[in-house]
Ligand binder design. Structure first.
Ligand SMILES: Cc1cc2nc3c(=O)[nH]c(=O)nc-3n(C[C@H](O)[C@H](O)[C@H](O)COP(=O)(O)O)c2cc1C
Length: 381
C-alpha cells in the first residue's frame, strides 16, 4: 500500500507491529470515549471555504519559545515509541530536524537522552513526569541541560495511571513473568520484519532513561511496574518551584484541560501549556481537546503560549486546532505509526503529507500565514 495519509500509516503500523505494541499505541483508557471524541470533535469542525484571495504564496513557518519552526507543530512525547523501529527515538529526532520541527523525548522513551542527543544535531525538547525519587528527577533534568534541550515539557496529567483494557487483552499488562513474555514473543514471531529490525538489531533492550533505576531488570512488565510505583500522586502546583530551581529554559506544562488550571499555570510563570488529555489515555469521559481548547485560549492566550494535541490525523486537523486558538500543536500517534512503518523516512514523509494538507486547507480558507488562522475560518462560528 502507498501511504497517502495518517490513517494509512495507522493501517501499515497494524501490519508491521506485534499486536501488543500496536494496541498499546492505538488504544485509550476505559471505554475510549475521549479518544474517539478527540478525533470526531476535531474532524467534525466545518471549515469555511473562501475563494479568489491570491494564495500563491503560503508561509507555514512560525516561532515557538524563541525557535523558528517550518511548521507550527512538534512531535509529542510517546513512551516506548523507540520500540516501533530500531533505536526509534534517534530516527525520530533526525526526521524532526530534517523537517524543521521539534522532537520531544519522553521520560520513558526507549532510548536515553544521551543517545538521542548524539543522534541529533540540533536541540530537542525533553518531557518529564513527576517521579517520587527527586534525586532521579534532578539527574534527568541535569541530563536534559547537558543535552542542551531547548524546552522542558512537564506532564501533569498522570498522578495515577488510567487503565487501558487493550493492554490487558494483549498481555502487555496484567500477565507478568514467563507467561506474559511468552505471549508477547508469540505475537512478535508473527511480525518477522519487526522482530528482525527491533528484536534482533535494535539492541540494547534496556529502557532508556529509566534503565539505571531498574537495576538490571529489562522486562517490559518491570518498566510498567516502575511507572505504577514511582509516578508521584502528590504532584501539586508547588512542585513547579522545584522544577524551576533545576530548569531555567522554557517550561511547558502538558495536560491542562480546564481554564482555571490554565490560569494557575500562567500565574506561576509557565512559558506554555499543552491542552491535552493524554490522547484519551487517562480519564475517559473528559472533554475532547477540541472542545476544551477555546475557553482556555481565551483565558490565557495573551499570557503564555497555548499548544494543543489529541486526535490530529491530518493537516486539516492542524489548521482546525490553530483556528480554535492553539499557537501550535503536538502530533502523537501520527508519528509513532509513521516510525513503525518507515523509520526516519516514514516520519519525514508523514510530516510532508501534513504540510501539503495544511497548504490546501490554508489556501481554501483564504489564509496565507499561520497568524491569519483564527476562528473566522470555521463555518458557522
Ligand atoms: C503510546 C503513547 C504513549 C504516550 N506516552 C507519553 C509520555 O510518555 N509522556 C507524555 O507526556 N505523553 C505521552 N503520551 C501522550 C502524547 O504525548 C499526546 O498527548 C497524545 O498522543 C496526543 O494525542 P494523539 O495521539 O491523538 O495525537 C502518549 C501517547 C501515546 C499514544
Amino acid at each position: 500500500m502507498i501511504t497517502a495519509s495518517v490513517p494509512d500509516y495507522r493501517e501499515a503500523a497494524r501490519r508491521r507491529l506485534p499486536r501488543f505494541l500496536f494496541e498499546y499505541i492505538d488504544g485509550g483508557s476505559y471505554a475510549e470515549q475521549t479518544l474517539r471524541r478527540n478525533v470526531e470533535d476535531l474532524s467534525g469542525l466545518a471549515l469555511r471555504q473562501r475563494v479568489l484571495r491570491d494564495v500563491s504564496r503560503l508561509d507555514l513557518s512560525t516561532e515557538l519559545f524563541g525557535q523558528r519552526l517550518s511548521l507550527p507543530l512538534a512531535l509529542a512525547p510517546i513512551g516506548l515509541a523507540g520500540l516501533n523501529a530500531r533505536r526509534g527515538e534517534c530516527q525520530a529526532v533526525r526526521a524532526a530536524e530534517r523537517t524543521g520541527v521539534p522532537f520531544t523525548l519522553s521520560t520513558v522513551g526507549a532510548c536515553p537522552i544521551g543517545e538521542v542527543a548524539a543522534a541529533a544535531s540540533q536541540p530537542f525538547w525533553f518531557q518529564l513526569y513527576m517521579i517520587r525519587d527527586r534525586t532521579f528527577m534532578k539527574d534527568l533534568l541535569a541530563r536534559a541541560v547537558d543535552a542542551a534541550c531547548s524546552a522542558l515539557v512537564f506532564t501533569v496529567d498522570m498522578p495515577v495511571p488510567g487503565s487501558r483494557y487493550r493492554d490487558y487483552h494483549t498481555g502487555l499488562a496484567g500477565s507478568g513473568g514467563l507467561k506474559g513474555a511468552a505471549w508477547r514473543v508469540g505475537q512478535a514471531m508473527l511480525r518477522p520484519g519487526w522482530a528482525w529490525d527491533v528484536g534482533l538489531r535494535g539492541r540494547p533492550h534496556t529502557l532508556g532513561n529509566v534503565a539505571p533505576v531498574l537495576q538490571g531488570r529489562t522486562g517490559i512488565e518491570d518498566f510498567f511496574a516502575w511507572m505504577r510505583n514511582n509516578f508521584d500522586p502528590s504532584i501539586n502546583w508547588r512542585d513547579l518551584d522545584f522544577i524551576r530551581s533545576e530548569w531555567k529554559g522554557p517550561l511547558i506544562i502538558k495536560g491542562i484541560l480546564d481554564p482555571e488550571d490554565a490560569k494557575e499555570a500562567a500565574e506561576l510563570g509557565a512559558d506554555g501549556i499543552v491542552v491535552s488529555n493524554h490522547g484519551g489515555r487517562q480519564l475517559d469521559g473528559v472533554l475532547s481537546t477540541a472542545r476544551a481548547l477555546p475557553p482556555i485560549a481565551e483565558a490565557v492566550g495573551d499570557r503564555l503560549t497555548v499548544l494543543a494535541d489529541g486526535g490530529i490525523r491530518s493537516g486539516l486537523d492542524v489548521v482546525r486546532m490553530l483556528a480554535l486558538g492553539a499557537r501550535g500543536v503536538l502530533l502523537g500517534r501520527a508519528w509513532a505509526w509513521a516510525l513503525a512503518t518507515g523509520g526516519e523516512a516514514g516520519i519525514v514523509k508523514m510530516l510532508n503529507l501534513i504540510e501539503a494538507e495544511m497548504r490546501v486547507a490554508m489556501a481554501l480558507t483564504g489564509t496565507t500565514k499561520i497568524t491569519e488562522i483564527n476562528r473566522t475560518i470555521l463555518a458557522g462560528d
